[in-house]
Each structure stands twice: as C-alpha cells, then as structure tokens.
Design a protein around this ligand. Structure first.
Ligand code: HEC
Ligand code: HEC
Length: 327
C-alpha cells in the first residue's frame, strides 16, 4: 500500500465504530480510583432519547448543544478560528474519565479558578475553552447557543452530586504532573515520526479532505493556542497515552508519551490571548499555568510564543476574558 492508500484505509477504519471499539481494548494503565471518590456514569444521547421525563423542548436544546460539542466547526469564523471541535480533546462525547469529562464543571461551579483568579460560572468555563482550545471567542453569555452548550453539559452531569470535589477520573492527568527529568525532544520527535505523523502530518498541521478536518493539527495556525490547557506537558502526555495513536490507545510507554508531548508542545502555535507583548513576561505573569508549558522559554534558539501571530483569528483577546471583581 502506498502512503495515500494507507491514509485512506486508516481514515476508513477510524470512521467505523466497530473497528474503533475492537481496537480500543488495548488497556491504558489508569490509576485506581481513590477511596471515597465519586465515579460518575454520564448518561448518553440514547439515554436522553429514552427518557420520557425530559420535556421535548429541553431535549431539543440538549441535542443542539450536543451537535455544537461534536461539530463545533459549523461555527468556524464565528466562535472557532482553528480546526478543533470540542470532542477533539474531550473524547467519548465529553463523558470519558481521564479524558477531560466535562460534567464536573457543572457540579463544581460557580467556584474560584486560579487560571483567571475570580469566581467562574459554567458559561465562563465553556467560554475559556472557546478562547484558548478553540482559538476563538464564545457564544454570548445568555444567548441561545450558550444555553444549548450549557444544557448538554448539564445533561451529562445528570445524577452527580453538587459541590463534591473528590471526583474520580477528572481532567487529563493520570500520569501525574511531574515532568520526568530525562525528558527528550529528540526521543519525542522519533516517537512522533513513527506513530503520529501519518495522521497529524510531519508539519503537525493535520489533514483535511474536501475542506473538512479529518485529522486535527497539533501545532501551527490550526491548533490550540498558547493559553490552552493542552499546552501543559502533563496534560498532553496523559491525553496522548490515554487516546493516541487513535485506535491504539495505551500503546505508548509512559516515557514515550511524555517525550512526544514535550516535542509537540515545543512547536509554535497561535498566541496566548493573555499576551502582554513579551512571551517571557507573559510566562512569568501566568507562571502557575505556564510552569507546565514551554511557552516563553528558549527552544532550538528561539523563544516560544514571541510573535504576534493569532492564527486565523483576527484579534488577540476575546471580550469574555475580561477580569471580574465584586468590590
Ligand atoms: C485542544 C483540546 C481541547 C479542546 C478542543 C476543548 N477543550 Fe475543554 N478542556 C481542555 C483541557 C486541557 C481542559 C482542562 C482539564 C484540566 O483541568 O486538566 C479542559 C476543560 C474543560 C472543561 C472543564 C472540565 C472540568 O473538569 O471542570 C469544560 C466544561 C470544557 N473543557 C468544555 C469544552 C468545550 C465546550 C469545548 C468546545 C467549545 C472544549 N472544551 C474544547 C482541552 C480542550
Ligand atoms: C489514526 C490517525 C491518528 C494517529 C496515528 C494519531 N492521531 Fe492524534 N488524533 C487523531 C484524531 C482523529 C483526533 C481527534 C479525535 C476525535 O475527534 O475523536 C486526534 C486528536 C489528537 C490530539 C488532541 C487534539 C489536537 O489536535 O490537538 C492530540 C494532542 C493528538 N491527537 C496527538 C497525537 C499523538 C502525539 C500521536 C502519536 C503518538 C497521535 N495523535 C496519533 C488521529 C490520530
């Protein structure tokens, strides 16, 4: 098979749920849930359709939110300026443990968030992923589109206890947060070329077919920006080990997952919307976040993120990122 045919075979396999399900059996070495942790079984869309207690009007709104979550590209140029959908990172329709299940935001917010140092609502948390992960700007607070998004998040949270903080499988950090001391760009590059480039491309730009994203970019203008949670090495390492290569999750060793996350997050991407004009300064200003990323550090002779490139987004800072105080 030549490369093109192999690619199409891979794409075809990807589209087939049965193949995905069969291959997905490679076990990922996830930590045991700790005693006393709440472990959620998020309801599905099938459950929604079967639940006669849900008002038909509400069902419509939840379904719209689901559609927005799965195919966020329908808002390309409006809310989204890169090649991502929400489900691109929140695997399993945002229900999968250790892959950033979205329901905990519903049950734990409003709460104080270190990232922006004020009390956030669920709408604002969703807005954050639009501003950083989608390199975009969120639907207006209180709008029909935002309501639909919130409704889908709330549906998958059904039955979970409110304000419970001991949650099993939240976030993406099953490998823990400590970057191994012997982490290596070169080894990461080798892992990338052997396991990832076939889909995500040698240049990290992903692949499109007939203008539609088939494989999302990992860096460059179409990728998550420098303020996104995925730029943190520990987040990417765990995401990758738990989900990638697609159809072979769990096949990378811990070391390979760390190294390839290091390599991917050493590449350029659209500017952090919190940019002050100087990447080193921005890094220091948001060091609690950026101590986990390589932003504002020197890699291969250049300071990562020292540029004005916002990708396809014609502005830097969305209005939704404004500070909020109650003084
Ligand atoms: C590039 C990857 C990526 C994309 C795309 C993305 N997210 Fe996220 N999302 C993350 C990461 C990383 C986190 C942080 C998880 C953590 O706390 O470690 C997160 C967290 C969240 C949370 C909070 C979950 C919690 O535990 O409280 C919500 C809600 C959320 N995202 C919704 C969305 C929505 C809605 C979209 C689409 C508009 C989206 N995300 C797109 C990576 C992504
Ligand atoms: C068979 C094709 C394929 C291979 C091989 C593959 N990926 Fe992916 N990757 C995908 C697809 C498709 C998605 C989006 C998942 C979805 O939408 O369900 C994705 C999503 C991602 C994401 C999150 C979204 C983004 O674009 O930032 C990261 C990070 C990622 N892959 C990294 C890797 C790494 C690292 C490897 C190699 C170890 C790898 N992938 C191998 C197809 C692949």
């Amino acid at each position: 098979m030549n490369r093109k045919h192999l690619m199409l075979a891979v794409a075809a396999a990807m589209m087939s749920q049965s193949v995905l399900a069969a291959d997905a059996k490679v076990p990922v070495n996830l930590p045991e849930y700790k005693e006393g942790q709440y472990v959620h079984q998020a309801p599905t869309i099938d459950d929604l359709m079967a639940d006669e207690s849900v008002n038909p009007e509400l069902r419509k709104v939840i379904l719209k939110g689901y559609d927005m979550f799965m195919n966020t590209q329908q808002f390309r140029g409006e809310y989204v300026f890169n090649d991502m959908n929400c489900k691109t990172c929140h695997m399993g329709e945002g229900r999968m443990n250790w892959s950033g299940p979205v329901w905990p935001a519903v049950t734990t917010l409003p709460d104080y968030r270190g990232k922006n140092k004020h009390v956030n609502s669920l709408e604002e948390r969703i807005a954050g992923c639009f501003a950083y992960s989608m390199n975009g700007t969120p639907p207006a607070y209180g709008s029909d589109d935002m309501l639909a998004m919130v409704a889908y998040h709330q549906w998958v949270a059904k039955g979970a206890p409110v304000y419970e903080k001991k949650l099993g499988g939240r976030g993406f950090s099953h490998l823990g947060k400590t970057i191994p001391e012997d982490i290596s760009y070169e080894k990461g590059q080798a892992v990338y070329e052997a396991n990832c480039a076939i889909c995500h491309g040698n240049d990290g730009a992903g692949q499109k077919k007939d203008g539609k994203v088939v494989f999302p970019p990992l860096w460059g203008d179409g990728a998550y920006n420098w303020g996104a949670g995925m730029t943190r090495i520990f987040t990417a390492a765990s995401f990758i080990q738990n989900n990638m290569p697609l159809s072979k999750p769990g096949s990378l060793s811990d070391a390979d997952a760390w190294n390839v996350a290091w390599y991917v997050n050493s590449q350029e991407r659209p500017q952090d919307p919190r940019y002050t004009g100087d990447a080193k300064e921005t890094r220091e200003k948001f060091i609690d976040f950026h101590k986990h990323s390589r932003y504002g550090t020197e890699v291969n002779g250049a300071v990562l993120g020292q540029h004005d490139n916002t990708g396809d987004k014609p502005f830097l800072k969305p209005d939704s990122l404004k500070p909020r105080t109650f003084e």
